[in-house]
Design a protein around this ligand. Structure first.
Ligand SMILES: Nc1nc2c(ncn2[C@@H]2O[C@H](COP(=O)(O)OP(=O)(O)OP(=O)(O)O)[C@@H](O)[C@H]2O)c(=O)[nH]1
Ligand SMILES: [Mn+2]
Ligand SMILES: [Mn+2]
Length: 476
């Protein structure tokens, strides 16, 4: 990206002042090297987001931003319903409520090493993974509706997971105001056999070792100890979320002129929050959030079952579960007052600071856990939300390292089998049904996650708590 067009606010914040129909500035949070490596398209996209009606304060790009469909991935923008604000299917993303959860195990790396191959095989066999993999559950229409309105709570009520997990999930495991009636027959059909499945591509289940602690107080508050292992699960709302995204994007693009919206980019399809279409999308999108929350809760349950076979206790308490493709109504400071805004985070994690009442009491003193994937070879981070993030980006932070190159480019650089062998030589066992998928996801296809989280910290979006190194990766 050509940074000469940007005003430098600090070492890790860059601003494009409003121009060409922008209603607000666009702000990118990242160190100069990361910004320069970003595609020009990121700036174009985030500037286009700032042109949408009712945009509040500014449109933001997180340090892991790369270009996506309409909104960049790593994009954050909030809209005010009373100012003609919009909701955008492209601002949430196709994998609605894709997210990450981390379970504590209390196990040492030696305990994992002793069974590493068998444990990897058992996880791979027990948790459905890959394109078209089916779960054991079959949902009839009534159960589907119950799941779509109940989220992780529905899963717990059906015996998949524990009551205490719910406190450790955003919104206590359930998006209220979901409207399953707005979820199409086809979206339901696609999901009927997909509950409790990991999916394909960049979705994963990892056993990781906590190798570094940056903030001992917060780490202890989260239950993270150096030299202990955790399990991290990354997946979303599977076929259902994708179908909802597809249907509403199309409808929003077609309906925009009639709803009085001039789209700066057809991919930025959106609808006024106060329109029938906007209301219907929100109802369907929240149902998809519940689908993702239920899905991760079931996968957490399946993981516990596997661990119980290998170790005395299969407790695996949930540390936290975050979603990074969402639109949520939150109160934020704007123009000297506070307002309810529709905050879109696409490839961005909510990051409430310490003391926020929306955090469970047990975590409130420490700020919200922000779970950041890196790659299956390098490692991942746990961050904590900080107070400054509210003013910087509506309490948001990055969600991963972000891709450095396209999937296609990655397959030209690496072979899947070679990646698996190289990682095995480093003590990391990768299990995947797709060697092409592994090549697409080669560690070198991602940016340096350390640089990304350093930028997040320097920008006041979140602070570093712990670094996790992979031992087992079950990959979609
Ligand atoms: N630990 C770990 N992290 C990974 C792995 N694969 C990907 N990641 C990271 O996870 C982050 C989040 O992934 P996604 O949310 O699926 O990424 P995305 O760019 O939003 O994906 P798309 O929506 O599919 O374009 C990525 O930016 C990577 O840094 C893996 O196997 N292990
Ligand atoms: Mn994701
Ligand atoms: Mn996803």
């Amino acid at each position: 990206m050509d940074i000469s067009r940007l005003e430098k606010l600090s070492e890790s914040a860059w601003r494009l002042s409003p121009r060409d129909g922008m209603r607000a500035p666009a702000i990118i949070y990242a160190a100069e090297t990361l910004v320069s490596e970003m595609d020009d398209k990121v700036l174009e996209q985030i500037a286009n987001v700032a042109k949408l009606p009712g945009v509040a304060r500014a449109a933001y790009a997180m340090p892991d931003a790369h270009w996506g469909y309409g909104f960049p991935i790593g994009g954050v923008a909030a809209f005010d319903a009373d100012e003609g604000g919009v909701v955008s299917a492209g601002g949430v993303g196709f994998d609605v409520s894709c997210g990450v959860r981390t379970h504590l195990t209390g196990l040492t790396p030696d305990q994992i090493h002793a069974v590493q191959d068998d444990l990897a095989a058992a996880l791979y066999e027990h948790i459905p993974v890959g394109l078209g993999a089916e779960g054991e559950l079959r949902l009839d229409d009534q159960e589907m509706t119950a799941m779509l309105s109940g989220g992780a709570r529905w899963a717990v009520e059906r015996g998949f997971g524990r009551e205490e997990d719910l406190l450790r999930i955003e919104e206590r495991g359930r998006a209220v105001d979901a409207d399953p009636a707005e979820v199409s027959e086809f979206a339901r059909k696609r999901q009927r056999r997909e509950m409790g499945t990991l999916g394909s591509g960049n979705h994963y289940l990892e056993v990781q070792e906590v190798v570094d602690i940056f903030d001992p107080v917060v780490a202890e508050g989260y239950g993270l100890k150096r030299g202990e292992c955790v399990v991290t699960i990354h997946c979303g709302s599977r076929g259902l979320g994708h179908q909802i995204g597809t249907e509403f994007l199309r409808e929003m693009a077609v309906s925009a002129p009639a709803l009085g919206i001039a789209l700066p980019d057809r991919e930025l399809a959106c609808a006024p929050i106060k329109s029938d279409l906007g209301r219907r999308y929100l109802g369907a999108m929240r149902s998809a959030i519940n689908c993702a929350l239920a899905n991760r809760e079931i996968i957490g349950h399946l993981t516990r079952q596997v661990f119980a076979r290998f170790f005395q206790h299969g407790e695996l308490p949930l540390m936290f579960d975050v979603s990074h493709n969402t639109c949520k109504v939150e109160r934020h400071a704007v123009d000297g007052g506070t307002r309810d805004l529709y905050v879109h985070r696409k490839g961005a994690t909510r990051a409430f600071g310490p003391g926020d009442e929306r955090l469970p009491e047990s975590l409130r003193a420490f700020g919200q856990p922000v779970l950041i994937g890196g790659s299956m070879g390098t490692g991942s981070f746990v961050l904590a939300g900080v107070t400054t993030s509210e003013e910087r980006a509506f309490s948001s932070a990055c969600h991963g390292a972000g891709r450095r190159m396209s999937r296609h480019a990655a397959t030209r650089m690496w072979g899947g089998r070679q990646v698996v062998d190289d990682l095995r030589a480093q003590g990391i066992i990768v299990k995947s049904p797709s060697m092409r998928g592994v090549a697409e996801e080669a560690p070198g296809a991602y940016k340096d996650v350390g640089a990304v989280v350093d930028s997040a910290e320097a920008s006041g979006l979140a602070k570093k708590v712990a670094f996790l190194r992979p031992m087992i990766c079950v990959k979609g």
